[in-house]
Design a protein. Structure first.
Lengths: 654, 429
């Protein structure tokens, strides 16, 4: 069953609305809808024609998939591929809409069915599946709001109304559908909330990977039991440029000022928009003279990433962002589309990195106060000068503390941080960073909890430092000598512990990642027009390959093999083009009556010269022989039947 | 491993069958879209596909719930032919009556055939490797016919309608039908409620047949012990050539009692000794599992000859080995050609006996045979020796080998038929 008039077009326009591609959608809808309303020219396409068009669509999808993967990476590439999938399938849909074929053979979509045809032909009308593809593609545009759900419900109602059994009352149908709509609304809202709750409740590494940073909240793994594990995936590439021997050991992403029960929160984290310089791609964070530059290649899966910046970054250069925001805690967020992005960080020793400290930078949570004050007393931090206090805290963690990714359960009555400080003396970077921040605060030094990456691995292959997901790190930032300074008390052994956990296939994965990165950078360096010019060459090659393959298949087919083995009562000759002629004559008001012999029917047409009765008679004879003669037609006669029928159809439109 | 594979494949196939039966075409599309939406919408912050998922899940759930609440009553009777032919479409009638109190629409008629899933023993013997592709191949092979679902027009309360059911027979054997099911769409048109009407029936599917070229069977008339009694009917016959006086040693059964009573002297009936052409259609059933396709073709070729040869003036013995050595004779007063086809419909490959069983059975009848058509599945030493023995004993032979393998140094009188091109090769005979 085909969709009713206008339904498919409505789905296409819905996609256009959601994706913002109105022009494309209107053009596609017009092309798909026109043949449903005008009985004009139709093309008599055969199965092999549809196969070629389907192959072309597959090539189109593959090229699109490769381009999106290299440009945006997963999972964004998958989403975008879905979004553009109906357009890649448009040639096939248009071919069917403008042809005389009411349905397509399933082998059009599956090569396996072409090689080993099923025992009976499997036909399908692509109308409704294609409609579903447009709706799913619209969902991939991710235009948030209630309108999407309402529109999908309307399209579904339109579709279901067509197949509704009439023996059920319309009101009952409407009530049932409305109930389904209400249930679905509650269901999808619940699903969305469930995911958000899971993400907030689960450890950060589980919820979304290491390179997704929430500048307002950082849920640590303090108190989590078991072993932490992060992947080897490369998230950043860092190259020192003029003036910088090696990039800063730490790349800062976000800082937080308030700690409660394992979570650091940015209370003072409201972002403010920055204005670009005249160039439009340079952004000044602080008025300071840069002394060194570092180039950073970053990747953002979801868009609008928080940038990874070395300490003392005063300017961000060559960043083609729509906008740039910064919060008082030093987090910088760029408004860019998902995918790869590159920028340069200009570093200055005069830069302060964030706004001056406030009252919250000295607050110690009540639950941790007892343990912190006990250690502060041991270290005699009270009344010490800031630099001495800092040294005392750093020294404290150097001796007697070790790095550990495994955490055993904490005995009752003590917080995990207190257990770390007073008993176990072993933990991962979040323990060290949190304890350092709170101890510095106990000494009266304003301090914050900072997250980002540690730079430690140089790649000769890429000529740059590689930052992996497992290099995600946390440390303390303290207000010393009028600027924020990074204080990392995690034992340096952590880098070795993490490196030992690298998988044995990491070199291969790195090679693949490097190839992908280079390709993506190449894609990014080309404009749309350049890409079009470059894609014409491969497209011509693919087209030539398809033509060559078909030509070779024809040559390889032995003479006579085209005639199917005649079997008693077989369905030989059902591919005759004369059936289309018969349908056209019926449309022209000269139908063949049931049980009327073909020859008698054709003889009855002999009086109408406009119908070319001699041609019809000759074609009819060939058709009968093609269907019923055990010897069938030879190749020349088969061609004569095909071309004669198609010519006649071309001359006689309905 | 085999057990696990069988259990998994069997359940997956069963589930797939139940889903395809339970859901309408629209329902199947909704299910497919639901799965795609679930995949695409797994992260609810990245796409809105989870909303499509929720909507389709709700309508499918409501639809399935509605079908559980639907109740309808029907009566149906089926009129189906006793035999159909493999490789050909067939049609039959079903008369359906709505015995409920309401008019119903959105109806379809579905035949419930016997479960085609192979047994564990069949899977173990025929699959080669425990992979799904092989399971699927076995499943397709065991499916006797495809039965199309028929749409039923809206049916008023108490109304009857005649529905033409269509099908296509894939292979020879027996098509077992268990019941007729009437499917009714739910209000949303996505799933269906079923009323099952038990109507067990068995249909014999005759082997596929090829066009056999006109064939002048070699051989001469041979003496047939038993004379006319064999040719015209079972037991004694009234057909005779003459009466004559009783001679010592004549069997009492041949005394013509009416003439004895009239003349007072014993008179016996004299029968003419019959000389018929008697041909053997010898089918090689010793097929390995990998030769299943060639064996089916061999049966089809045997059926083609059995259906085509004129047995009004000759006898045709169909010889093959199954559970035992079988010989079925068609001809005047014997079986009809069509009955031979029914026998061939049930022929199975023989795996527990050697080829010489067939050779011995045929050679025991050599004195009666005018000629023979020998359909072999290979050309190894036992088969070669058997054919040579028949030829040495003067039995003219049309020897055919159904195989894809080149025969190499085969004798000129042996004809190879390639399984994929049987008709073409038969035409060259």
């Amino acid at each position: 069953m085909s969709p009713p008039p206008l339904l498919l077009s409505a789905a296409v326009l819905f996609w256009g609305w959601q994706s913002g591609q109105w022009v494309v959608a209107i053009a596609a809808a017009a092309l798909l809808e026109t043949p449903r309303h005008f009985r004009g020219t139709r093309f008599a396409l055969e199965a092999k024609d549809f196969n070629r068009i389907a192959d072309f669509c597959v090539v189109l999808i593959a090229v699109l998939g490769v381009y999106l993967y290299f440009t945006f990476g997963n999972p964004r590439a998958v989403t975008l591929l879905f979004q553009w999938l109906p357009l890649a399938l448009l040639p096939l849909a248009l071919a069917q809409a403008w042809s005389t074929a009411p349905a397509l053979d399933l082998s059009v979509l599956f090569w396996s069915l072409r090689r080993a045809p099923p025992r009976r032909p499997l036909k399908f009308d692509p109308g409704y599946p294609y409609l579903a593809t447009w709706v799913l593609a619209a969902s991939a545009a991710n235009l948030r709001g209630e309108a999407f759900f309402v529109a999908v419900l309307a399209l579904l109602a339109w579709t279901l109304a067509r197949i509704r059994p009439q023996s059920f009352h319309l009101a009952m149908w409407a009530v049932l559908l409305a109930a389904c709509g209400a249930l679905a609304y509650a269901g999808h809202t619940g699903l969305n909330r469930l995911q958000l709750w899971l993400e907030s409740a689960a450890p950060e590494w589980l919820a979304g990977g290491g390179n997704r940073t929430d500048p307002y909240r950082s849920t640590t793994d303090i108190g989590s039991i078991g072993e932490l594990k992060l992947s080897d995936r490369i998230v950043l590439r860092v190259r020192p440029l003029a003036g910088a021997a090696k990039p800063s050991l730490l790349l800062h992403r976000a800082s937080y000022d308030d700690y409660a029960a394992g979570t650091w929160i940015a209370r003072n984290g409201k972002f403010a928009q920055l204005a670009p310089d005249v160039s439009g791609s340079d952004w000044t964070l602080e008025a300071a003279t840069p002394s060194a530059h570092v180039a950073i290649d970053d990747y953002s899966a979801g868009g609008d990433p928080v940038l990874s910046l070395p300490s003392g970054t005063a300017r961000i250069e060559a960043l083609p962002a729509i906008g740039l925001k910064r919060n008082p805690l030093g987090a910088v967020q760029a408004e860019v589309s998902p995918g790869y992005l590159s920028y340069r960080a200009a570093i200055s020793e005069e830069a302060r990195d964030a706004a001056e400290p406030g009252g919250s930078d000295l607050r110690i949570p009540g639950s941790e106060r007892e343990a912190i004050e006990r250690v502060a007393r041991e270290l005699r931090l009270a009344g010490q000068a800031p630099q001495r206090a800092r040294q005392a805290v750093q020294d404290y963690f150097v001796s007697g503390f070790s790095y550990a990714l495994y955490r055993a359960p904490v005995p009752g009555g003590r917080t995990p941080l207190a257990e770390f400080l007073l008993a176990s003396h072993a933990g991962h970077c979040e323990y060290f960073a949190t304890a350092t921040v709170l101890l510095l605060r106990a000494a009266g030094v304003p301090a914050r909890y900072a997250t980002g990456y540690s730079v430690q691995e140089y790649s000769n292959l890429e000529g740059s430092y590689l930052v992996r997901e497992r290099h995600a790190h946390a440390w303390a930032r303290a207000w010393l000598e009028g600027r924020w300074q990074d204080i990392d008390t995690t034992p340096p052994a952590w880098a070795f512990v993490e490196a030992e956990r690298a998988s044995f296939w990491a070199p291969l994965a790195d090679l693949a990642a490097w190839a992908r990165f280079r390709t993506a950078r190449w894609f990014a360096s080309k404009s749309g027009e350049q890409m079009l010019r470059l894609s014409l060459g491969p497209a011509a090659l693919i087209l030539a390959f398809i033509v060559w393959r078909n030509f070779r298949a024809k040559r390889r087919r032995p003479a006579g093999a085209s005639a199917a083995t005649p079997e008693l009562g077989g369905r030989h000759g059902m591919d005759s083009e004369f059936f289309a002629v018969q349908e056209r004559l019926a449309a022209l008001g000269r139908p063949r009556q049931s049980a009327q012999p073909l020859s008698a029917w054709l003889a009855g047409l002999s009086g109408d010269a406009a119908l070319e009765p001699e041609t019809l008679s000759a074609l009819g004879r060939l058709h009968i022989r093609h269907r019923f003669d055990p010897q069938g037609l030879d190749a020349r006669e088969r061609d004569a039947l095909r071309s004669g029928a198609l010519d006649w159809l071309g001359r006689h439109s309905a | 491993m085999w057990r696990l594979a069988y259990w998994t494949f069997s359940r997956v196939t069963g589930l797939s069958f139940r889903v395809q039966r339970r859901l309408s075409a629209a329902g199947l599309l909704a299910l497919g879209t639901l799965i795609a939406a679930a995949t695409l919408g797994i992260d609810t912050t990245q796409t809105l596909a989870y909303q499509v998922f929720a909507l389709l899940a709700a309508v499918l759930a409501a639809s399935l719930l509605a079908t559980a609440l639907l109740r309808q009553r029907f009566e149906a009777t089926r009129e189906i032919p006793r035999v159909i032919t493999a490789g050909q479409p067939f049609e039959y009638r079903v008369v359906l009556a709505n015995t409920g109190a309401r008019e119903l629409d959105g109806l379809a008629l579905i035949e419930d055939a016997a479960d085609p899933r192979p047994t564990y023993a069949e899977f173990r013997a025929g699959a080669g490797l425990p992979i799904y592709r092989n399971w699927w191949r076995l499943l397709m092979r065991s499916q006797v016919a495809h039965l199309e679902e028929a749409r039923v027009p809206a049916l008023a309360a108490g109304a009857r309608v005649e529905i033409r059911m269509r099908g296509f027979a894939y292979r020879r054997g027996t098509l077992s039908l268990e019941a007729i099911s009437v499917a009714r769409l739910d209000p949303l048109g996505l799933s269906r409620a079923f009323t099952r009407i038990a109507q067990p029936a068995k249909v014999t599917v005759l082997p596929k047949r090829y066009a056999v070229p006109p064939l002048a069977l070699p051989g001469s008339r041979m003496y047939q012990p038993g004379g006319v009694s064999l040719a015209s009917s079972a037991g004694e016959s009234e057909e005779f050539t003459s009466l004559r006086d009783y001679r010592a040693g004549d069997p009492l059964q041949r005394i013509h009692w009416k003439s004895f009573a009239r003349t007072g002297t014993p008179v016996v009936r004299e029968y003419q000794d019959e000389f018929f052409e008697r041909h053997a259609l010898i089918l090689d059933t010793f097929a390995a599992p990998r030769d299943a396709a060639a064996f089916e073709e061999a049966v089809s070729i045997a059926a083609s000859f059995a259906a085509t040869l004129d047995t009004r003036d000759c006898l045709l013995d169909l010889l093959f080995v199954g559970a035992a050595s079988y010989c079925f004779t068609a001809g005047r007063g014997q079986l009809q050609g069509a009955q031979l086809l029914e026998i061939l419909a049930g022929v199975r490959a023989c795996s527990d006996r050697p080829f010489r069983t067939l050779a011995q059975a045929v050679l025991a009848k050599r004195s009666m045979l005018s000629g023979g058509i020998l359909i072999l599945l290979g050309w190894d030493e036992p088969r070669r020796a058997f054919a040579d023995a028949l030829r040495r004993q003067g039995v003219p032979l049309l020897a055919l080998v159904v195989t894809d393998t080149e025969l190499g140094a085969a004798p000129a009188w042996l004809r190879r038929l390639r399984p994929a091109r049987i008709q073409e090769d038969l035409a060259r005979i």
